[in-house]
Design a protein around this ligand. Structure first.
Ligand code: AMP
Ligand code: ZN
Length: 465
């Protein structure tokens, strides 16, 4: 498998540290609000990458953190007149609700920064002891000049960064690019005891600490949205490699933005939809199909129109799934004939092609095209006269290729039957209420779906035309 490694700016063959295992860490949300669908893109992309590794036989250890202490959390707690802990509790629950609805698999571990304070303090202490960090008035800063490779991820050098930095008002820092590992407590802020007095951890150190504690000092993959490349990930590398003297992550992966009118969707620009708002109107599989229709390294523009197009595309795929389910229920059980054998071989060719494109840096856009090509072929080759087996194999292949994308896993027939039953009951209720116009309309709607009703002494029966 090939991965585009942001560190080297090139695609590289993926070689795991431990055979058949992937240790990956993805930066998770700051839990002070509902997440928006820009965040959702990053979560869905890494969920898909994780699922695809699993599909290819890897055992994936997937860690995604919750940032549950920072300025935004404190501000939010003050606004709501509650504690940072309560805000975290509330929005972590909301995160799980929306992430589950988006069919995002639960991580192996979702560590919270505040559960790792002892480890964070130890990490910072090691950096101070090794001369990479210094203490000023209860704050601890990382001294970027001491880490010779600073800038290697974002491909910048320290001199340029210093020149570009705004005149730093904080004169206590030795260099404008130095960053806080530990922040001394300000009045009213939550704080923990440390060798430098009461305070709280900086943002970057939490990820370095949790990644190394849970996955090891060198991990396979570190990921996040592209906005995290600098300074967050650059700083994570500096801290981790300064302390451990070995590479932090072998592959760095960054997901491009979900934009609105070519601008990043973000809370601060107020151009966002929460995932929850979108999920009220669209099925999670529609959202996933839309998100994965572009390659993860290309920005995508969000619009309701594009979501509607994704919905129509997904309906077409489910139409085929429904037909196959019907054929499986009704077709005869017999040996495959030669034509069918040849057809199945052709279908396995689509699977090979799918693996080929997905192995190439998780090209979900091409993977989805392969599924559509395969489904088109199934539509023109399978019908009521086909054998049960060929329909079964076709359906399981569709589901198999949809699996890593988190789509195409639902049953249509079961759902259709529920829907018909619901409409029949609605019609009965309309008749009881003498609303014959509505009752007739429901009968017509069902007819348009290919369903006819028969009123019998033992109740209403339906059958497919
Ligand atoms: P935050 O809660 O803002 O730290 O963001 C959580 C994750 O979502 C991070 O990996 C961000 O890089 C990512 N993210 C934020 N906005 C967007 C966006 N518009 N498109 C894609 N990813 C985003
Ligand atoms: Zn992080």
């Amino acid at each position: 498998m090939k991965i585009f490694n942001s560190l080297k700016r090139q695609k590289e063959e993926f070689v795991p540290i431990t055979p058949n295992e992937v240790k990956m860490y993805v930066c998770g949300p700051t839990v002070y609000n509902f997440f928006h669908i820009g965040n959702a893109r990053t979560f869905i992309v890494f969920d898909t990458i994780r699922r695809y590794f699993e599909y290819r036989g890897y055992n994936v250890k997937f860690v995604q953190n919750f940032t549950d202490i920072d300025d935004k959390m404190i501000k939010r707690a003050n606004e709501e007149g509650t504690t940072v802990k309560d805000i975290a509790e509330k929005y972590i629950n909301e995160y799980y609700k929306d992430a589950d609805d988006l069919n995002i698999k639960r991580a192996t571990v979702n560590p919270r920064a505040t559960e790792f304070i002892d480890e964070i303090i130890k990490f910072i202490k090691d950096l101070v002891d090794k001369g990479f960090a210094y203490v000023v008035d209860g704050d601890v800063y990382f001294e970027t000049k001491k880490f010779k490779e600073y800038g290697k991820l974002s491909h910048q050098n320290l001199e340029d960064l210093e020149a570009g930095a705004r005149i730093d008002v904080d004169e206590r820092k030795k260099d404008p690019m130095d960053f806080a590992l530990w922040k001394a407590q300000k009045p009213g802020e939550p704080a923990w005891e440390s060798p430098w007095g009461l305070g709280r951890p900086g943002w970057h150190i939490e990820c370095s600490t949790m990644a190394s504690t849970l996955l090891g000092e060198t991990i396979d993959i570190h990921g996040g949205g592209v906005d995290l490349t600098f300074p967050h990930h650059e700083n994570e590398i500096a801290q981790s490699e300064a302390r451990n003297g070995k590479p932090f992550a072998r592959y760095w992966m960054h997901c491009a933005f979900l934009n609105v009118n070519n601008q990043k969707m973000s809370k601060s620009l107020n151009n966002f939809f929460t995932a929850r708002e979108i999920l009220e109107k669209y099925d999670s599989e529609v959202v996933r199909l839309f998100m994965l229709s572009g390659h993860y390294r290309n920005p995508i523009n969000f619009s309701i129109d594009l979501l509607d197009q994704a919905k129509a595309a997904l309906d077409r795929l489910y139409n085929t799934i429904g037909n196959l389910e019907h054929i499986i229920e009704t077709a005869e059980e017999r040996e495959l004939n030669d034509e069918e054998k040849a057809f199945l071989n052709k279908l396995y060719g689509y699977k090979d092609r799918y693996i080929e494109v997905m192995d190439d840096d998780f090209n979900t856009a091409d993977g989805i095209s392969v599924i559509f090509d395969m489904v088109r072929d199934i539509n023109s080759n399978i019908n009521e006269k086909s054998s049960k087996e060929v329909a079964k194999d076709s359906l399981s292949l569709i589901r198999e290729l949809g699996g890593p994308l988190g789509i195409l896993q639902r049953d249509v027939r079961g759902n259709l039957e529920n829907e018909i039953q619901r409409l029949i009951e609605e019609r009965q209720a309309a008749r009881k209420a003498k609303n014959y116009a509505l009752a007739d309309k429901i009968r017509d709607d069902l007819k348009a779906m290919g369903i006819i009703l028969e009123d019998t002494p033992s109740g209403v029966r339906w059958k497919k035309i």
